[in-house]
Design a protein around this ligand. Structure first.
Ligand code: DGY
Length: 324
């Protein structure tokens, strides 16, 4: 008898077809009523879950008595209660590597857009304000040659650092749990404490995973350590930054600007950030290119298929759950 897979997001019909080679697949259909109700109804049958953007822990999975694997179509896994899944022997997989370059591209889009006020001046032009050459009020700030501080020099952080070093001749500073001698050598990256990095960088780019340690790691005190001319870019997770403190710093002009892809609460439907011209707000699109989202989904399908066929998945977050 085939095992059952419940696919809850980021899965196309072609992907469902691939899954159907091995499994019975249930995909909640928005046209058939409440998605959450369909998900909950199918949950007890499911041996595998695949998707992203749904918090899954003790409360949500109480009825998932057959569940063997949760395959997340994301690199971040802060939505899942890893301790609980591990306690239940449920494998958790993610999709690292395949989104590294797209996400690093987006960090640079935010750096460029916030420094050169791309989004703001695009809206200004389209509103018919361009009557004469722009004056100092519309000037941006340079990117080339400025100091780039990267908080969290993992794969994505390193890809951002490479762009900064090779493309924009930026001195690279980084902070994190460990030194990266190979990147220090290749990119001239220099290790700093978070405090030193905040004080020295012209652009501070956050690329750390969300954890108890990184929640609100950038609050009022840290923002006050940054240069008044600096720009904060967040492509990691919203709760890494105390958003209220960020709004205050931007309003008061103790920080030049911010480029944000992530927020404390998503989707962000309403926010004081929307009133601020010196902020670029994107809707969590770090990995959102057609090619990368496909690559992520197929990697997640491979992980899920391996797990349900008794093989070790490539990207197992909690290896202790693999029984071989
Ligand atoms: C991830 O994969 O974690 C990205 O934030 C996209 O969801």
């Amino acid at each position: 008898m085939k095992k059952t897979v419940l696919a809850f997001s980021r899965i196309t019909p072609a992907m469902v077809e691939r899954l159907e080679a091995h499994f019975d697949v249930i995909v909640p259909n928005p046209k058939a009523g409440d998605i959450a109700a369909q998900f909950n109804e199918a949950l007890p049958k499911a041996h595998g879950l695949i998707g992203a953007g749904r918090p899954l822990g003790r409360k949500q999975l109480a009825d998932a008595s057959n569940l063997e694997v949760v395959s997340s179509v994301s690199v971040g896994y802060d939505n899942y209660d890893v301790g609980y899944l591990t306690e239940r022997g449920i494998m958790l997989t993610n999709t690292p590597d395949v989104l590294t370059q797209s996400t690093a591209d987006l960090a640079f889009a935010l750096i460029m857009s916030s420094a050169r006020r791309v989004a703001e001046l695009d809206a200004w032009t389209k509103a018919g304000n361009w009557k004469a050459s722009v004056g100092a009020d519309q000037f941006g700030t340079d990117v080339y040659g400025k100091t780039l501080g990267i908080v969290g020099l993992g794969n994505i952080g390193a890809a951002v650092a490479r762009r900064g070093h090779l493309g924009f001749d930026m001195p690279i500073l980084y902070s994190g749990n460990s030194r990266k001698p190979e990147l220090e050598q290749a990119l001239g990256a220099q290790f700093r404490s978070l405090e030193q990095l905040l004080a020295e960088a012209d652009f501070v780019c956050l690329v750390v995973p969300l954890s108890d340690k990184t929640r609100h790691m950038i609050g009022a005190a840290e923002l006050a350590q940054m240069k008044k001319s600096a720009i904060l870019v967040n492509i990691s997770r919203g709760p890494v930054v105390d958003e209220a403190a960020l709004v205050q710093a931007l309003r008061e002009g103790t920080l030049r600007g911010a480029g944000l892809d992530v927020y404390e609460k998503e989707p962000l439907a309403e926010s004081p950030l929307f009133q601020l011209g010196n902020v670029v707000t994107l809707p969590h699109i770090g990995s959102a290119t057609a090619q990368t989202r496909d690559a992520m989904a197929y990697r997640a399908i491979d992980n899920l298929t391996a797990a349900l066929l008794g093989k070790r998945p490539q990207d197992l977050v909690n290896p202790q759950t693999f029984k071989g």
